[in-house]
Design a protein around this ligand. Sequence first.
Ligand SMILES: Cc1cc2nc3c(=O)[nH]c(=O)nc-3n(C[C@H](O)[C@H](O)[C@H](O)COP(=O)(O)O)c2cc1C
Length: 164
Amino acid sequence: MEGKKLKKLIIFYSLEGNTRFIAENISDITGGDLLELKPKEDIKSKGFMRFIWGGRQVVTGKKPELMPINKNPNDYDIIFLGTPIWASRYTPAINSFLDKTKITGKKIALFCCHAGGGNGKAFNMLKEQLKENEILGQIEFKDPLKHDKEEAILRLKKWIEEII
Ligand SMILES: Cc1cc2nc3c(=O)[nH]c(=O)nc-3n(C[C@H](O)[C@H](O)[C@H](O)COP(=O)(O)O)c2cc1C
């Protein structure tokens, strides 16, 4: 019950819609606000080249400039942070965001989408970045738009009930 009174913010980046789908469902379930991170210049490559482009961005630690952000995480109690997995890590947009925004003393829940490789190093790296916060839990989805969406939403609801 107490969880219902806490203000929630769902911060995410999504290139192809999977992470956005999960983020929007978290918002529907919790009533939380959405904050989508959008790089000023995002990946333009299509097909296999996008993996090369994106993978290079990740391994070279790129921090692309983001579009202006109109929500302050410090105004919220619980933050859901979501990313696709790129080259087994979190995405450059999340890297930019965490570099610019100091988040401490919050309750944080992590979510990610991947194509079958699991969360890789991403959750561990995020936990290290966010170590001055309480991590409530983590959940991962394999390309939810390509699989059973209802099953993903049910799993999401159960997870949220468990952690909040
Ligand atoms: C540049 C790039 C690198 C990726 N690297 C991985 C990876 O290492 N492991 C994996 O399982 N999926 C990888 N994927 C697949 C995405 O993580 C997966 O399709 C995810 O659901 C996409 O989320 P989105 O639709 O929110 O962008 C990669 C995708 C891209 C574009």
